[in-house]
Design a binder for this molecule. Structure first.
Ligand code: NAP
Length: 255
């Protein structure tokens, strides 16, 4: 491997990916593991399928079962990874939920559930790893999973739009404070991707047709479409990128 290809290598790195059992999180686990990282995947259910896919690319994967709606999981995740790895190098804040409902009917319970996971957990898990990175002086990489609704308002998902706008804002805010410690905080904003998150949308034939007609690439995205952006932002190749939310959207935002 030459010096430039080496920029994308994640050999001897340890990554934490939340929401690792399915969808985009699963794709990100496969990508980071294929690039050489030992990936610790956090999920509230078994990650057997992810483990199989990581094995297919010759990677290393360890599952951590935790319900991330309880913020006390943060400490136990950090302890569990730290007991098995020299240090954490990469954090991918991927776990997220969406509740589809007219704004007029949104309950406080649903609002809190969405913002606690999509926003508050992202901040405090990032803070927990950054404390280690600032203390050991070696830095690290944080990749937040944002959304088209970090840029737009969406339809019938106001709490989700608010939380994903917060993710883009917090990505910039944390980059401003932590870039000096060699911590790169960036985000990926996926477009419309075929995962559990969008099942309801894809099952509504009129909304499905509307979405598809607006995507210049002419198809829904897939977890595999996340591979390149995830490896790039996790690796030395993105050393001078700070606070940026990068769209992987088949051109949705270009319209
Ligand atoms: P997904 O298949 O629904 O994945 C969401 C992940 O988060 C799952 O692993 C889910 O676990 C996990 N999760 C939810 N609540 C959790 C909890 N309390 N504790 C632990 N894990 C929890 O959808 P996805 O599309 O891959 O979503 C991944 C990220 O991409 C999310 O942040 C989402 O907002 C974002 N995103 C998706 C799209 C899209 O079009 N699909 C577009 C933009 C952004 P379970 O399987 O147990 O629920």
């Amino acid at each position: 491997m030459n010096q430039i290809q080496n920029l994308f290598s994640l050999e001897n790195k340890t990554a934490i990916v939340t929401g690792a059992n399915t969808g985009l999180g699963q794709g990100i686990c496969v990508a980071l593991a294929a690039a050489g990282a030992h990936v610790f995947g956090v999920a509230r259910r078994s990650c057997d399928e992810t483990l199989e896919k990581v094995k297919e690319v010759g990677g290393e994967f360890t599952e951590i079962i935790a319900d991330l709606s309880d913020l006390s999981a943060i400490d136990s995740i950090i302890k569990e990874v730290s007991a098995k790895a020299d240090r954490i190098d990469i954090l991918v804040n991927n776990a997220g939920i969406i509740k589809r409902c007219d704004a007029i009917d949104v309950t406080m319970e649903d609002w809190d559930a969405v913002t606690d996971l999509n926003e508050k957990l992202v901040f405090f898990l990032s803070q927990a790893v950054a404390k280690q990175w600032i203390a050991d002086g070696k830095g690290g990489k944080i990749i937040n999973i944002a959304s088209m609704l970090s840029f737009q308002g969406g339809i019938r998902v106001p709490a989700y739009a608010a939380s994903k706008s917060a993710v883009a804002g917090m990505t910039k805010a944390l980059a401003n404070e932590w870039a000096q410690y060699n911590i790169n905080v960036n985000a990926i904003a996926p477009g419309y991707m075929a995962t559990n998150n969008t099942t309801q949308l894809r099952n509504d034939s009129s909304r499905n047709d509307d979405v598809l007609a607006r995507i210049p690439a002419g198809r829904w995205g897939t977890p595999e479409d996340m591979y390149g952006a995830a490896i790039f932002l996790a690796s030395e190749a993105s050393a001078y990128m700070n606070g940026f939310t990068m769209a992987v959207d088949g051109g949705w935002l270009a319209r």
